[in-house]
Design a protein around this ligand. Sequence first.
Ligand SMILES: Cc1cc2nc3c(=O)[nH]c(=O)nc-3n(C[C@H](O)[C@H](O)[C@H](O)COP(=O)(O)OP(=O)(O)OC[C@H]3O[C@@H](n4cnc5c(N)ncnc54)[C@H](O)[C@@H]3O)c2cc1C
Length: 518
Amino acid sequence: MALARDIYRELEDVLGPENISEDPVVIESYAFPTRAAAAGTKDVYVPRFEAITLPKDTREVRAIVRLCNKHEVQFKASSTGWLYCDPTGPGCIKIDLRRMNRILEINEKNMYAVVEPYVIGAQLQAELMKRGLNCNLTGAGSNCSALPLAAHVNLGHLSQSGSYGERNLLAMEWVTGDGEIVGFGSLGSLGEWFCGDGPGPSLRGIIRGNTMPLGGLGVFTKAAQKVYHWPGPRTFPIEGVSPNYSPSEIPEGFIIRYLSFPTIEMLIEAVRKIGESEIGFELMGFNAAMMASNIATDNDEDLAYMKKFTEQIQGPGIMLIMAGNSTRDAEYKKKVLQKIIDETSAWSLKDVEEPKIGAGFLWRFIRIVGSIRETSRATGVGGGTVGGTDVFPLMTKYILHTSDLKQDLINKGLIMDDGIYPFIQSIEHGHTGHGEILIRYAPSSPEHTANVQGMLNREANKTAIEGRFGVPHHVWSDTLHDMYGPHTSNYHLLLRKIKKNFDPNEASESSNYITAKD
Ligand SMILES: Cc1cc2nc3c(=O)[nH]c(=O)nc-3n(C[C@H](O)[C@H](O)[C@H](O)COP(=O)(O)OP(=O)(O)OC[C@H]3O[C@@H](n4cnc5c(N)ncnc54)[C@H](O)[C@@H]3O)c2cc1C
């Protein structure tokens, strides 16, 4: 179904003919079949956008949003278009923000950075490192937007010392679903970016809760985020050619270890102690399979590393990076770590201690370039279940419930045996934590996918609700919010009111958020 001519012409008047298209080839190139991939078939029908728009600034975004409201057309914005960006039905146009690609400010003194949506994490981080600063990046990879609002949760490898979007977000600019421009915090009152709250009540909780609204509540056009101290080099000394490239050495003062533990209780104790002593720059509970995928450049190598690492580890493990601010600080952190290793019977993987290999791991984990390999190696299809963000031991306990189910699926031959240790992470030096169970499989049919992913989802929901583990990050859509809401203070009713108030015509396509239905 094409857009009515009058609507198309009005959009063209705003954007200019070169910044709007309904050419079938262009439309097709935006039809990334997320849902088809999840269903394990190429044949699932994926709705196409009616037109693609490329606004250059907030004024044009607002004009598109207002036209959509006027003509009862829906829109869906994306920053880089990495995931959750497809329409779910006809009558939806795309707002592709790739022309809004500027770093607007890096304020070294007050330690914040302001970006537009198409600035990617790698770009912002590189600019910050030149200034002795660093930022959190979403764990999906540094190819994703540096806007702390675009990501799904915005947790990532750097969250141990760099927190995540919910906490790093400062002032921001938002075009609501009905086309109002709102400046949050100090932007609204002073035209400055340093603060996300007030005067008066904070609006930060309106635009995000457990996760972002995933396109369902208007368009975020600019945002400031808190940035952090970076004690490392201005750039990494990279050698080699892709895929065999890595830094020639570990930067001075940096230490990387992969520690495995005899039991999950020992791991939790070590994570608590590392957090309490604030010696960790990065801390991710990776398992042997994820470590193998991070280093391997092809599938055979991946399997060989996985076998090697699995034979050496003694149980669940963590990848830890420490960054010394001086030689004395690095020495102190090493001593503290040794004490924790002794107290928790941790064992350090020898390959990671080897300087050349360690340097590669360190660079890939800090620049977040291995995520797609860590999650979707071999067949391109990843899967599993994710928990929420709460205290580390609770989130670990939640996700371990699904480990048993994963073992069942492995025993039945439905998925690959890549171990059942969970992928857990510590945030803000142990302030909170998050956990996931990842699976690898080659979907042989939609039934196979439904069997595997469906079983995991059902079990994860049952465990979360019955075990009172809170609302996991996979909860979006009317169905899931309606399932969790009644067990969680009826939050879903409030979420619907937010949707109704800020997007009364439901112009912002919200299948990945919540609709305003009564
Ligand atoms: C391998 C892999 C690993 C992942 N790991 C993580 C992880 O560790 N942490 C995490 O939080 N997520 C993770 N994700 C989930 C998710 O893919 C990313 O968070 C997100 O897609 C990042 O890309 P982006 O920020 O450029 O946003 P996009 O991919 O462009 O968009 C993501 C969603 O946000 C909406 N959106 C984007 N920009 C805007 C905007 N400016 N205004 C309004 N709505 C917007 C889109 O409509 C879409 O629904 C992962 C995904 C993959 C495939």
